[in-house]
Write a protein that binds this ligand. Structure first.
Ligand code: G6P
Length: 611
């Protein structure tokens, strides 16, 4: 999704802006651009379709230098990816804007502005902002005043940054629906849509709140809230290493993040387990009192986070007896929902900025839920700030567009939720809880064991390189794991992959099975194993090639067309977390074999902040 970087300094900001854009590349984009003000040349810009490297090359050939600038990576929504549609957008030659989000009334604004004589040079909604601002500047010459007036006419979502050749000592910024953060330097200041973009220049950040407008100068910062009152926002100091944005010894961020899982799962558990139980307070001071009233759970999320919710349903109903519904946010938000009494509304999100999940939460607020809980990886995100209770996963920044460590840490968070609800409601036997807590302590070690199978999984990936379709099967809580496995494979290798509950095989997908369609199965040693084995016979009988990730105590044998990968034994309730690992590795290796862009797969974005 789109990214913003801005800088005002004593030095040339060109390299800072490009480095910032590179650090945002993980979000997915299709074009990039920069505008820089220099005293002799005024405002100048450079824009390129494709990677930031293409923009960097253009700047090497025709440098732009100056102490004030804004830059952007665009992910096309209104208008195709093209140089003309790439940001920054200009009004005349003196005013430049970059924008994340969507202006819903852009058509109406475009007509009004055209009637005023403005000529549009792009198909974007963003260009209406810059002309509107230009128009406001005629009556309100201070940039901040004009921006305050202009945003009143914008409907939709925006995080935006403005520079003007007439007032070249400042960057103006406005936030409504799309995150923006100001980076504080010494005698220089910065702006970005994600602090990651600025970690090379500062570790001190000020987050803008909804409705804020900021005037950023070299040595000062002024912020007004939605009511126009001058406000101070807290400065947050980042401590975790800037190296989070580096690949280190790994070839791709995705591989690095897969291998980080034992560590981040450990971190997610830290401080949240007592000797034989989960700590309810981990969800906040009011959690115990609220959880005691919960009689129903509604989970809402998107993508991989939705799959984590699907697993949690099995846990919640089995261990707490509390009914649980799970729905994708884009459906939930537009549906008339019948809310059960005493329902806890749970959102799951890596970024905490996914537009559909946020909108669902906002709708839920007036729908009669008992309270809202966010399980999220970003503590400063909108989702966290707008929820009653929070559990932060400790996955650290996830750069690969395909989510890996965020998923497993979400599962850990959801299991902690299950244990806490069961404990407070008195529905979970203390010995069952103690056993699970013990198993959770061993989980990081189990994940290490699963990661040690990397070479075996890599060898198996060869079976997929020339295939166009695959089927993933699972039963019980392994069905959502199969869904997540199929999602990973399609996201990064572009092979069509479908997941089915194994018992449904004969109701349709069996018709597709032949030697060109590998079938991947996850088979922990539980009461569903025998049933799963007969499902696998059905596949073999049709000539389908089977790849089975099976508990080594399950006695499943290799044979013609059957490739068994032995997994370490694990507490059955933790199996979904463990069995996710080989499926992640499988997708990764297939994608590498196919030569796709693993970390930034085509057409996808890391954080989907628009509908
Ligand atoms: C995008 C990402 C997925 C992610 C989904 C939900 O589609 O590519 O990896 O699972 O958004 O994102 P969230 O940040 O809400 O978990």
């Amino acid at each position: 999704m789109c990214g913003i970087v801005g800088a005002i300094a004593e030095r040339n900001v060109s390299a800072i802006l490009i480095e910032g854009l590179k650090r945002l590349e993980y979000r997915g984009y299709d074009s990039a651009g920069v505008a820089i003000y220099s005293q002799d040349g005024g405002l100048r810009r450079s824009r390129r379709i494709g990677k930031v490297a293409a923009l960097e090359q253009a700047l090497a050939e025709e440098p732009l230098a100056g102490r004030l600038g804004i830059a952007h990576t665009r992910w096309a929504t209104h208008g195709v990816p093209s140089e003309a549609n790439a940001h920054p957008h200009f009004s005349g030659s003196d005013l430049a804007v970059v924008h994340n989000g969507i202006i819903e009334n852009h058509e109406q604004l475009r007509e009004q502005l055209k009637a005023l004589g403005y000529v549009f040079s792009s198909e974007t909604d963003t260009e209406t902002i810059v002309h509107l601002l230009h128009h406001k500047l005629q009556g309100l010459p201070e940039l901040a005043d004009a921006l305050k007036a202009a945003v009143k006419e914008l409907h939709g979502a925006y995080g935006l940054a403005v520079i003007s050749a007439a007032q070249p000592d400042r960057i103006l910024a406005a936030r409504s629906g799309s995150p923006l953060v100001i980076g504080l330097g010494l005698g220089e200041n910065f702006l970005a849509s994600d602090p990651l973009a600025l970690r090379q220049v500062t570790d001190r950040f000020v987050y803008l709140e909804e409705g804020d407008i900021a005037e950023i100068r070299q040595a000062s910062l002024q912020i007004w809230d939605a009511e126009g009152r001058s406000v101070q926002r807290e400065t947050v100091q980042f401590h975790e290493g800037a190296e989070a944005a580096e690949k280190g010894e790994y070839r791709h961020f995705m591989l690095k993040e897969i291998h980080e899982q034992p560590k981040v799962v450990q971190r997610t558990l830290e401080g949240r387990l007592g000797s034989d139980h989960a700590l309810v307070q981990a969800f906040g001071p009011q959690a115990a009192e609220l959880f005691a009233r919960v009689r129903n759970v509604q989970i809402v999320a998107c993508g991989t986070s939705y799959h984590a919710g699907m697993v949690a349903r099995y846990w919640l109903e089995e261990l707490t007896g509390i009914p649980c519904q799970v729905e994708v946010a884009s459906e939930f938000r537009y549906r008339k929902v019948a809310v059960q009494p005493d329902s806890l509304f749970v959102t799951i999100s890596q970024s905490g900025e996914t537009a559909d999940t946020l909108a669902a939460l906002r709708n839920a607020k007036s729908a009669g839920y008992l309270a809202s809980l966010a399980i999220c990886n970003v503590g400063t995100s909108s989702l966290v700030r707008e929820s009653d209770l929070t559990l932060l996963t400790q996955a650290g920044p996830e750069i690969g567009v395909a989510s890996t460590k965020a998923f497993t840490t979400q599962l850990v968070g959801l299991l902690l939720l299950t244990l806490s609800l069961g404990r407070v409601r008195g529905t979970l036997a203390t010995d069952v809880e103690a056993k699970l807590v013990e198993a959770l302590r061993h989980l990081p070690g189990n994940l290490e064991e699963a990661l040690a199978m990397d070479k075996t999984v890599e060898r198996i990936s060869v079976l997929f390189a020339d295939k166009h379709h695959t089927l993933f099967l699972g039963r019980g809580a392994q069905y959502p794991v199969a869904m997540e496995g199929a999602l990973k494979l399609k996201e990064i290798s572009y092979i069509h992959a479908e997941a089915y509950p194994a018992g449904e095989l004969k109701h349709g997908p069996l018709a597709l099975v032949d030697s060109n369609m590998p079938v991947v199965t996850v088979a922990p040693n539980n009461e569903l194993l025998e049933k799963l084995k007969s499902n696998l016979q059905e596949v073999r009988a049709r000539g389908g090639e089977l790849i089975v990730f099976a508990d080594r105590t399950a006695a499943m044998d290799n044979g013609p067309g059957v490739h068994v990968v032995n997994m370490p034994p694990i507490h059955d309730l933790l199996a979904p977390i463990l069995y996710t690992i080989p499926l992640q590795l499988l997708s990764y290796h297939v994608a590498v074999l196919k030569g796709t862009d693993v970390d930034q797969p085509r057409n996808l974005a890391k954080s989907v902040t628009v509908e």
